[in-house]
Design a protein around this ligand. Sequence first.
Ligand code: GLU
Ligand code: ZN
Length: 488
Amino acid sequence: MEVRVRYAPSPTGNQHIGGVRTALFNYLFARSTGGKFILRLEDTDRSRYAEEYVGNLYDTFKWLGFYWDEGPDIGGPSGPYIQSERFDSYREHAKRLIAAGGAYYCFCDEDRLAKMRAAQAEGKTEEQGYDRHCRNIPAAEAAARVASGEKAVIRLKIPLEGSTAFHDLLLGDIEWKNEDVSPDPVLLKSDGFPTYHLANVVDDHLMRITHVMRAQEWLPSAPMHMIMYAAFGWEPPLLCHLPMVLGQDGHKLSKRHGATSVNEFRKAGYLPEALINYVAHLGCSYEDGRDLFPLADLEKLFRVERINKAPAIFDYQKLEWYNGQYIRQKSDKELCDLVMPHLLESGLFAGADGPGVRTLLEAAMPLVRERLHFLADAPAMLGYLIQEPPTAPPGEFIPKKLDAARAAAMLDAAAALLPKCDLGDVPAAEILFRSEAERLGAKLGDLLLPLRVAVTGSRVSPPLFESMALLGLRRCLERIARARAVLG
Ligand code: GLU
Ligand code: ZN
């Protein structure tokens, strides 16, 4: 049997970590078993639907770099893959279920349902949810009322007694008392729109989905779906409800914990490789003693048996670590391409010349590769190579235990020494500075600190001599002169 799995998002928000985890696990499962991964848009909730969320979905997965085998944008044998284009099928199936005795028309209007709910809220009745008022209307009578134009929804008949049992690949055997299943959920609304339950089950069947792997919050829907499969006389897919993703405080991962939408991670300068690698580990393990897995390896190693039952804790620091690892693997050119959008966005290039800057930046990548945690750190780290840095306040130039006069003397000494150095030979230049410091009776650090602040605008910067080599002697001396003026 060919494995067919799906990711079935509702375009009611931007793609977030939880959704990507579900999509990725389905994708990896399909790849590891030689099966198919399908994207289906569950856009039946038109009130919360927005076109931009569909755009965000495609953007996100193009950026992440793993894709479906069948879906709305690329087609496939089970299309259309957008639920709003399948409404006829849902209507027809809902009627089929009525004919089979598994569903019924309900004519209760909003007014009656509101009164029912109010009575339940006041505790006048034990019942919760729909009171099954229309369940026993004789079929012929109901059909006649519908034919005469009376408004009706179609509801699923949940058995009144007994229980519904199913097996979850991860959670094991589950048994749900039917009296605890939501009483007779609506399948088809009076405007002919399907609810999630109907559309989801019908599509999983018609698209020949073999495994439903989805977030654990959908578990309460499972008995309802199983009852529907039975009523249709269909064999249900196998279920696998994935562990929750929690923040460090044990609460469901949310905005409060930090970035959750993929867009935010992307803007902050995470690499897709890092995000994939980390998300793949949210509740699943691969090979012991190893952290870095290219997607191709995950595709081979993924096993349902290695998914954990326990909730996964989202650890931003671990993700950051992954990001640093992947940044380190990039070549100068690749890394330069990656930081470029962030540099552009920061406005650093205003007035800077194009091609020369690109060469300079690419040459600067070895200076920052080990220090970058996020691509978005690049503008702050590299700005001094592109623009003249703002001159620091005088205090910044003064090494610990020294005063302004001494700092100025250090800067003068550095300015005098620089033209004698071959900046292309960093070790040799360092030796010259070291002996100059000795001659001045100062520490090397005291000689270099004012120089660093003058050249880079900051006490913390990428390596100084390499930076000066990139900037060239003339620009360095200009910056020193400007700093000198501030120091007085
Ligand atoms: N449309 C549902 C969602 O937004 C799909 C749930 C499922 O996978 O069954 O997650
Ligand atoms: Zn009713």
